[in-house]
Design a protein around this ligand. Structure first.
Ligand code: MSP
Length: 514
């Protein structure tokens, strides 16, 4: 089994989970489920980022220690992911001992190699980003430029602070050529193309050394050779990916999984992942990630969700109405994975009703109903081997092609094309008319094809709507779950055993009123 690994960013615990976090996590989950179905050995990682000034401040505002606060909020992420059927293989917290070991080992390695040096840093710092900015990057805030600062953070619109610290610096400037060579040799290593160009442009402008330690706070991983300092959150956070794969504890395991296949990230943290991180890895003698894939933002009313704008939506609120399948399906089908996409409740209801309640739900209920009514609830041996056979093969091809490019909308679009074709085929062949005419063999053959399509739909849609797919699988009388199957063998046409006991049941996706 080829190893395949995918990660989400680790989420800051100063905030509770919102649908922006869920977006990346669902995408990673669907990819992980797809690769398991395809026969890979998968490692899917998510987790929480728990150090840093922002965290310490959030805890203090609640009258809690950072440890207590981190425990509580990290748990909220775990709960949210459970509710959304996220199938992560590990959940890492940066406050775990295994992570301290990994951070210290990697830092020491880079320090010993001569790429970390002591210096003084003075700069403009955004606490929300945990990052320094240069003056040119700042923007005016809603109320103009805040007094006492030269501008506001381009991501959060909040005033930056002037900070002066003795820091250790990572000599990023030495890595400009090596990074360009790497991206030249591996054009697929940053996707989509627009993001790759952005990264190349940034590297070509010239890279500045960046600070990797702080003395102003103690909530972090101590620098092993100088414990007055703690590691700067980003240097600490990025290493999580290696920690979870065994870095610092199990070299063999690490080498089995590393380099990672996909880091999925939002465009806001692309630079950290596609510039700083590969350079750090090179400095530590490790390979850079195979691919950093940056997606756009989910916008609410045209704006990025944020605590200050009070426009955050909790995934759980949507699950109550749409079910976890409905939420998962919506985010990956309603917008392309790459550009920004606007979220609206109305669009969500419309897509749920059209694709899940109508197309998917109707196909399942009418085929199972007819099979119970006309065939006594037993899968027939007969098949027409009509047009649906070819269309099923096309659905698998389309899904595979989509998933290779992380084009979820296109990939699952191919599966929904098959659903539409099957609904059209039923209209065309009108099994109720064949039944009336007493042509039992034709009814069985037509429904035989339709039941086979239901099996394939349950299989192919299982990465995106695992609950409904599993239930459909069960109603088809099939043993196990779609997750136990392996492609391409499981997609072979005609695999629904004759004699399977079929069951109709309540609507898989009850229609919603707008
Ligand atoms: N802790 C860092 C990441 C460290 S990774 C080594 C961080 N955390 S975060 O909680 O702010 O989460 C950022 C990620 O959440 C984004 O990169 C993106 O993947 C996801 N999203 C947060 N808001 C989002 C939207 N509004 N839309 C889409 N994704 C969003 O940065």
């Amino acid at each position: 089994m080829p190893p395949f690994s995918v990660t989400t960013p680790i989420y800051y615990v100063n905030d509770v989970p919102h649908i922006g976090h869920a977006y990346t996590t669902i995408a990673a989950d669907v990819l992980a489920r797809w690769r398991r179905l395809s026969g890979d050995e998968v490692f899917f990682l998510t987790g929480t980022d728990e150090h840093g000034l922002k965290m310490a401040q959030a805890a203090e505002a609640q009258g809690l220690t950072p440890e207590d606060w981190a425990d509580r909020t990290s748990e909220r992420f775990r709960e949210a992911w459970k509710e959304l059927r996220i199938s992560n293989d590990d959940f890492i917290r940066t406050t775990e001992p295994r992570h301290y070991r990994a951070v210290q080992e990697m830092l020491q390695k880079v320090y010993d190699g001569g790429d970390i040096e002591l210096g003084t840093y003075e700069g403009l710092y955004c606490v929300a980003c945990e990052a320094y900015y240069v003056e040119d990057e700042l923007v005016p805030g809603d109320a103009g430029v805040s007094p006492g600062t030269p501008g506001n953070c381009p991501i959060h619109g909040r005033p930056v602070q002037r900070m002066r610290e003795e820091n250790y610096f990572f000599k990023l400037s030495r890595y400009q050529d090596r990074l360009l060579e790497h991206y030249d040799a591996h054009p697929e290593a940053v996707q989509p193309e627009t993001r790759r160009n952005e990264v190349l442009g940034f590297i070509r402008q010239g890279l500045q050394d960046f600070s990797i330690s702080r003395t102003s706070i103690s909530w972090g991983v101590p620098i092993p050779w100088d414990p007055r300092h703690v590691a700067y959150v980003w240097f600490d956070a990025l290493i999580n990916y290696c920690t979870a794969m065994g870095y610092g504890s199990d070299r063999e395991r690490f080498e089995h999984w590393w380099p990672v296949d996909y880091h999925l990230v939002g465009k806001d943290i692309l630079r950290f992942h596609a510039v700083y991180w590969p350079a750090m890895l090179m400095a530590a003698g490790e390979a850079p990630p195979k691919c950093v894939f940056a997606h756009g933002w989910l916008l609410v009313g045209g704006e990025k969700m944020s605590k200050t704008r009070l426009n955050q939506i909790a995934p759980g609120d949507l699950v109550t109405t749409f079910g976890s399948d409905g939420v998962r399906y919506h985010f990956l089908r309603d917008q392309n994975f790459g550009p920004d996409g606007d979220f609206s409740y109305e669009a969500m209801v419309a897509r749920y009703n059209a694709d899940l309640a109508n197309n998917f739900g109707n196909l399942a209920s009418r085929v199972l109903n007819m099979a119970v009514n006309y065939l006594g609830g037993v899968a027939p041996a007969e098949r027409e081997d009509g047009p649906l056979r070819e269309q099923s093969a096309a659905a698998l091809d389309g899904l595979s092609a989509g998933m290779t490019k992380l084009d979820f909308a296109g990939g699952f679009g191919a599966v929904w094309e098959l659903i539409r074709s099957a609904n059209a085929y039923i209209e065309d062949r009108a099994p109720w008319a064949l039944q009336k005419a007493g042509d039992g063999a034709a009814v069985a053959a037509v429904l035989g094809d339709c039941l086979e399509v239901l099996r394939l739909v349950a299989l192919l849609a299982s990465p995106i709507i695992p609950d409904a797919a599993g239930e459909l699988w069960r109603r088809l009388g099939l043993p196990g779950t779609p997750e136990d199957q392996r492609l391409p063998a499981a997609a072979a046409w005609g695999s629904l055993p004759a004699g399977s006991a079929l069951e109709r049941g309540p609507a898989l996706f009850p229609r919603l009123e707008g």
